[in-house]
Design a protein around this ligand. Structure first.
Ligand SMILES: [Fe+2]
Ligand SMILES: [Fe+2]
Length: 271
């Protein structure tokens, strides 16, 4: 399957990883303002308005068919109230990451839609505010390594998508590149100084090691099944879900499916 020797590809990936710029953008600062519990709608309006491209995305989403406004062409404050802070966070963080990668292809758009869905659903599964934040950000970035592969070595990575009929699993990636998207994502997230729980989610969402990694891992698989149109009750590594979430993980699947369905239309409008 691979067109180059895995070792050569690994060297190529490592070279690309070194060239990824740090995430010190004004959009990251906006994301941090949004994460602050004390932030008021006025201060969110102020920071979003200072970034015309982001403000345009916020207004476009608020004006999209999903929200069905009687009064179309809303202003920024009304737009923020309409779409809610989680959506603004999705927009801010994805714009910050895209700015660093500098590549917006249709494959990337599909991957972002998948990531928004996982973030919006898994963010609701946390018990505490900090758990919710970790799940949301971890959910949004869980496939960060895939984004690196799609942006930096598309000619080698996208054929694996065509071969699998969906995003390739880590085993196929390791066979092809001697490295998988979980390890690549972890390296980038460390360079970008994301918190440990977010880095753990990126590293272990396919092989959960604790509750948070299991919640994102399960959400990821349920979302993937919806995206592929195959709704089965079987999941990979159910032993780990059972171990970290207990027998009630089966009920969680239904909760995740319901929340995914309510969020699908919004995610479709995001881009
Ligand atoms: Fe993944
Ligand atoms: Fe995923």
């Amino acid at each position: 399957m691979p067109f180059m020797e895995p070792v050569c590809l690994m060297e190529k990936i490592e070279h690309h990883l070194e060239s990824i710029p740090t995430l010190e953008s004004s959009r990251m600062r906006i994301f941090q303002v949004l994460q602050d519990e004390e932030t008021s709608i006025e201060s969110v309006e102020q920071v979003v308005s200072s970034d015309p491209a982001m403000a345009a995305k916020v207004i476009k989403l608020a004006n999209s068919a999903f929200y069905r406004h009687a009064d179309r062409h809303v202003g920024i404050q009304q737009a923020l109230r309409t779409i809610g802070l989680d959506m603004v966070k999705c927009i801010a963080l994805s714009m910050a990451v895209m700015e660093s990668f500098g590549n917006e292809t249709s494959s990337m758009k599909g991957l972002w839609r998948h990531s928004y869905a996982v973030a919006l659903v898994s963010g609701l599964l946390g018990g505490t505010r900090s758990e919710k934040e970790g799940l949301f950000t971890g959910g949004l970035l869980h496939d960060l390594g895939r984004m690196v592969l799609v942006c930096r070595i598309p000619d080698e990575y996208l054929p694996l998508y065509d071969f699998s009929g969906y995003w390739p699993d880590p085993v196929l990636e390791r066979d092809s590149f001697s490295m998988d998207h979980c390890a690549i994502g972890e390296m980038v997230a460390r360079r970008w100084h994301f918190p440990p729980e977010v880095i753990q989610i990126i590293r272990h969402h396919h092989e959960p090691v604790n509750r948070l990694t299991a919640l994102v891992g399960l959400t990821d698989q349920v979302v993937a099944q919806h995206e592929r149109g195959i709704l089965s009750g079987d999941f990979e590594r159910e032993d780990l879900f059972l171990g970290h979430l207990g027998p009630e993980y089966k009920e969680l699947v239904n909760t995740i499916r319901d929340r995914y369905r309510t969020n699908t239309a919004i995610v479709e409008n995001m881009g």
